[in-house]
Design a protein. Structure first.
Length: 402
């Protein structure tokens, strides 16, 4: 398959997990505590999760008396808050928007077949599959490591059953829980060696105050390097973790505008300026669904600080942060992100990968690929962004792409 003569590797499509996924796949001892999405979110391909008596996305709702509600809620109050959120005008507007595009896929339960049909419509040859509500499945800081690990394993087992229906075109990215580095290492090995997945993904938010450049995570980065897989960071709004935009409280608009891109900036700073990539020169890092237009500015700012050794020495980080980004990182571009021309002009075309973000509300489906091809980039750059960079990043051999 090719669209206008271009092969397309979508770095980041999404499945839409059934609300009872974890009840069916999690280990029996955790079944009563299993995370659960909602029918409204499932029907409309939106993020939603109930986990450990908490709701996500959490936008600091208020009770009838106008006072902020506590994060931990009893079942009846959780149901009332969820139902009220689903009746808000913006939620109904979002539902109408999603159903106008995806009513058939939704009616068919977002099966593997619906994703493959969407890929045919867009002209996507291969993709890596990320979750929808599962983006919030580990979004509580206080989860015990054993339980967090079980949540990740359950999703990965379900995803394995999902992608094996068409393993040449649907590749898996494993959820791992940073609440325990040892557990994350074990699940990374299992996901690659037993499930055949091509990457791991993490939320970009720090857990329990531990930054990504903390040496405690070195074992995980070493494992990814040993296995030859990248680590991908992917945000989801409204978790119970430290998150960019949380200062905006109940302003959903501003929180969503802020969190995806700004959290990718934080991750880029931690890895390029925090010494992780200097210590792990073979590690590959993806910064997804946060746009790419910020990259030249952020690299320039980090390099300026590095140059004058502002709070960091050249002994700690021997090369400018931009060196490590160019060598080891990729960032995803949205289908209508016209500013990518400036990124290519300043950075080159080797560190950017394409994403449709199907089937989320900000996806440009069914014209995502078509819209991207309208951006005035050189043909050689389009080939890199649509295929070559992503195939290299995920380690897709040429023989597998045929």
């Amino acid at each position: 398959m090719a669209r206008a003569g271009f092969k397309v590797f979508d770095s980041d499509m999404h499945c839409v997990e059934p609300p009872d996924l974890w009840e069916r796949y999690i280990e029996p001892r955790y079944r009563e505590r299993a995370p659960r999405s909602s029918e409204f979110a499932f029907r409309n391909a939106l993020v939603y999760m109930e986990l450990e008596q908490r709701l996500m996305p959490w936008f600091e709702p208020r009770g009838p008396d106008g006072r902020p509600l506590p994060a931990v809620l009893p079942p009846q109050l959780r149901a009332a808050v969820r139902q009220a959120a689903e009746q808000r005008p913006e939620a109904r507007s979002l539902e109408a928007f999603q159903q106008a595009r995806f009513s058939d896929f939704s009616r068919r339960g977002w099966s593997v077949e619906t994703q493959l049909e969407a890929m045919e419509t867009e002209g996507v040859d291969v993709t890596v599959v990320f979750p929808t509500s599962g983006l919030l499945a580990l979004g509580v800081e206080e989860l015990e490591p054993d339980f967090a690990g079980a949540v990740a394993r359950a999703y990965n087992d379900w995803l394995h059953d999902y992608v094996r229906r068409e393993p040449r075109r649907l590749l898996g990215a494993a959820m791992v829980a940073p609440h325990s580095v040892e557990e994350a290492v074990r699940e990374t090995r299992r996901a690659v060696k037993e499930l055949g997945f091509r990457a791991i993904f993490l939320r970009p938010n720090p857990v329990r105050g531990r930054q990504w450049y903390d040496p405690a995570y070195d074992a995980l980065w070493e494992t990814c390097t040993e296995l030859g897989i990248p680590v991908v960071f992917h945000e989801g709004v409204g978790s119970h973790l430290p998150q960019a935009g949380s200062r905006f409280g109940g302003n959903i608009f501003l929180r969503h505008v802020a969190c995806h891109s700004m959290e990718m900036m934080y991750a880029a700073m931690a890895f390029c300026g925090g010494g992780v990539l200097a210590r792990h020169p073979e590690l590959k890092v993806g910064l997804f669904e946060g746009n790419c237009s910020w990259v030249p500015w952020l690299l320039h700012r980090m390099d300026e600080h590095w140059e004058i050794e502002f709070g960091v020495s050249h002994r700690q980080i021997p090369e400018p942060p931009s060196h490590y980004f160019r060598r080891q990182c990729v960032v995803s571009v949205e289908a209508d992100e016209d500013f990518v021309t400036h990124v290519v002009e300043h950075l080159g075309a080797d560190n950017i990968v394409f994403s449709t973000d199907w089937p989320h509300p900000d996806s440009r489906y069914p014209r995502a690929v078509e819209r991207f091809l309208e951006i005035p980039l050189p043909e050689s750059a389009k080939r890199k962004l649509l295929w070559e960079n992503c195939a290299r990043f995920y380690g897709l051999a040429e023989t597998e792409a045929r």
